[in-house]
Design a protein. Structure first.
Length: 122
């Protein structure tokens, strides 16, 4: 089984894929382009337990896009993750790996993924 964490920024994302022992299988910084991110994750599509995306104001394009092509997506509630309490002193790689790690352990605090449409703007 494989796990993916995505550290999302305004114009790029650090995407990681880890295995059941938290070893990094693949990792890459990609532009915020759905096709490039899907292309990167595609080799592990059948093995991925899920893809964790940080809950940010700009993340729904990625959540919707990944779900739209069949990935199981989890929205990380970063305010409920102790590592994100206060200033972060780690890099993007560590952040993406930590999201995948929490998913693997089954202790990822998640937020609700709202359906696309007007409900998100209410």
């Amino acid at each position: 089984m494989k796990y993916s964490g995505i550290d999302l920024h305004s114009n790029n994302s650090l995407v990681t894929v880890t295995d059941e022992a938290d070893r990094v299988v693949a990792e890459k910084r990609l532009p915020n382009d759905l096709g490039k991110i899907v292309g990167f994750l595609s080799p592990w599509r059948e093995e991925l337990v899920g893809v964790v995306v940080e809950s940010t104001f700009n993340g729904y394009w990625l959540v919707d896009g990944l779900q739209g092509v069949g990935f199981k997506v989890h929205l990380a509630n970063t305010t409920a993750i102790k590592k994100y309490d206060g200033l972060k002193h780690s890099g993007d790689e560590a952040d993406a790996r930590y999201l995948a790690h929490l998913l693997r352990l089954g202790i990822l605090p998640t937020g609700t993924i709202l359906p696309a449409g007007p409900a998100r703007c209410a």
